[in-house]
Ligand binder design. Structure first.
Ligand code: UT7
Length: 321
């Protein structure tokens, strides 16, 4: 039994914040942000919108495109590190709002790697025939935790959600292999310190803190490793890959890996110019856009790969149905 991606969906908030907008509130410039990251603009939620609001819309679109009704769902996994509340999970909110009355629901916390982690878990449930129809959502609204006076972080992130509806099917298509790893020793390099049990009163602040240089070094290695390992694990070569969808954090990280493995530009999907780093949403949002643009056709071999806080990293390889 394989976990086949039967449908995809995504949602971003309507408000666009450009690099020029940011240069009015912090000492930065469009030129610096483009040169160092590739980002041109990002989407930002308004005060009344939480992660689940984006997740539900992305989920509905994925289910519609798959032709799976909410009542047919056995499990909902939401990858997020910006849940509406510490508990209950975003997945339970999504379950209720979809009316997926027969589904179990839980969140996975692996920051920007979350979608790849959640997809690997979903695939394992389906392959073991524990569940048949599984919804996986990656959703984050990290702009709510940005210090808009800190140019090291506020230029990087944006909000969004992406989802896939998976169905267990026999055959050669679906998730062929998964690879997930963690390096907890680097956990201090990218942190949201407040709000947890170490600091429930948020004395350390309510903003993301990042050592950009350390995360960059890790990210280059993690993306390289995730792509190489998954291709080897599944028994393919780089020439076999039709499309790589990497985590959309920084164009320099993606370009480093693309050049290292001699992949032509058309085989690597990039949309971070429009959205910045949307954390757990980045990979499924890019996947949904790639599908809608006709960049993926039946039989294609697609690699999804990501890295993030934790530190975490991982990948999935999919034969497209
Ligand atoms: O999902 C994982 C999430 N995180 C990441 O992927 C982040 C990984 N790291 C990065 O992408 C890069 O390290 C950054 C984009 C964050 C920074 O790029 P960099 O090339 O590593 O820049 P830097 O930190 O070495 O800073 C170079 C200069 C510094 O000035 P000085 O010391 O040379 O005078 C910074 O103060 O650029 C300055 N700088 C900025 N200038 C204008 C830092 N941020 C900005 C900014 N605008 N936004």
């Amino acid at each position: 039994m394989k976990a086949v991606i039967a449908g995809t969906g995504s949602e971003v908030p309507p408000k666009i914040v450009t690099n020029d907008d940011l240069s009015k509130i912090v000492d930065t410039s469009d030129e610096w942000i483009r040169d160092r990251t590739g980002i041109m603009e990002r989407r930002v939620t308004d005060e009344g919108t939480a992660t689940s609001d984006l997740a539900v819309i992305a989920a509905e679109r994925a289910l519609t495109s798959a032709g799976i009704s909410p009542m047919e769902l056995d499990l909902i996994i939401v990858a997020t590190c910006s849940p509406d509340t510490l508990f209950p999970s975003v997945a339970c909110i999504v379950q209720d709002r979809l009316g997926a009355k027969k589904a179990a629901a839980f969140d996975i916390s692996a920051a920007c790697s979350g979608f790849n982690f959640a997809l690997s878990a979903a695939a394992a449930y389906i392959e073991s025939e524990t569940f048949k129809n599984v919804l996986v959502v990656g959703a984050d609204t990290l702009t709510k935790y940005l210090d808009w006076t800190d140019r090291n972080t506020c230029v990087l992130f944006g909000d969004g959600a992406g989802a896939v509806a998976l169905r267990g099917e026999k055959g050669d298509c679906g998730v062929l292999a998964s690879y997930i790893r963690a390096k907890g020793e680097g956990r201090d390099f990218l942190v949201m310190p407040g709000g947890g049990t170490r600091d429930p009163e948020m004395k350390n602040g309510r903003f993301i803190r990042m050592d950009g240089k350390e995360v960059f070094k890790f990210a280059v290695h993690a993306l390289e490793d995730s792509v190489k390992e998954i291709i080897q694990k599944a028994g393919f070569t780089f020439e076999d890959i039709d499309l790589l969808i990497p985590h959309q954090a920084n164009l320099r990280i993606i370009e480093h890996v693309r050049k290292k493995f001699n992949l032509p530009e058309k085989k690597v999907y990039v949309n971070l110019m429009k959205y910045g780093n949307t954390s757990a949403a980045s990979v499924p949002l890019a996947l949904d856009e790639a599908v809608n643009e006709g960049r993926i056709k039946s039989g294609d071999l697609v690699v999804l790969a990501g890295f993030g806080a934790g530190l975490t990293y991982g990948s999935n390889i999919i034969r497209w149905r």
